[in-house]
Write a protein of this length. Structure first.
Length: 187
């Protein structure tokens, strides 16, 4: 059990049988009376957020979550398929469960999948991925102003801005946290 005094940003607790993560935390000590712990909570299953205030001395159950390394296999019409690299068990996640991570999922990519009571509730892709550009127009001569960019479409269909010197069919490194170009990958 976790006491209210142990609450912190990023802590995962169980409320009403569902896992929540504390996204914001504030300790308030009024002039008289008990200390208060104001938290903003996010449901880790459906993403709903709300504020809640607790008094010191209240207790909570810690959310028992498991994280497994899994390999992305393929995507079909309604699901993204992953395989556990240790047990070879396969699971399928919906597009809603995968979210924006779908932009960076390439065949055989190892990702971390978060489980709550043996149900997948979230996915974490590596901070940097290497992907091939499948469509990009050549940079025009004279477009050489500092920092000039052009759109490039990646193998997953994701489009981002790249420098003019980057060509079609090149492999580039992308920061998955921002979705931005980092550098060309040397062959």
């Amino acid at each position: 059990m976790i006491e209210a005094g142990e609450l912190r940003k990023g802590l995962k607790i169980l409320l009403d049988g569902e896992p929540y993560i504390i996204t914001e935390f504030q300790f308030v000590k009024p002039g008289k009376g008990q200390a208060l712990y104001k938290c903003k909570l996010k449901n880790m299953i459906n993403g709903t957020q709300f504020d809640r205030t607790w008094r010191s001395g209240e207790k909570f159950e810690k959310a028992e979550l498991e994280e497994h390394s899994m390999q992305f296999l393929y995507a079909d019409d309604d699901a993204f398929h992953f395989m556990n690299t240790e047990t070879y068990d396969q699971i399928a996640l919906t597009a809603d469960q995968v979210g924006d991570a779908k932009n960076f999922l390439t065949e055989n990519l190892i990702v971390e999948i978060l489980f709550f009571e043996s149900s997948a509730i979230g996915i974490t892709v590596p901070n940097f991925v290497e992907m091939q550009i499948v469509q990009s127009d050549p940079g025009m001569k004279g477009d050489t102003a500092t920092g000039a960019t052009k759109p490039a479409t990646m193998e997953t269909g994701y489009t981002l801005q790249v420098p003019l010197f980057v060509d079609q069919d090149e492999v580039i490194k992308i920061d998955t946290r921002t979705g931005e170009y980092v550098e060309r990958v040397k062959k």
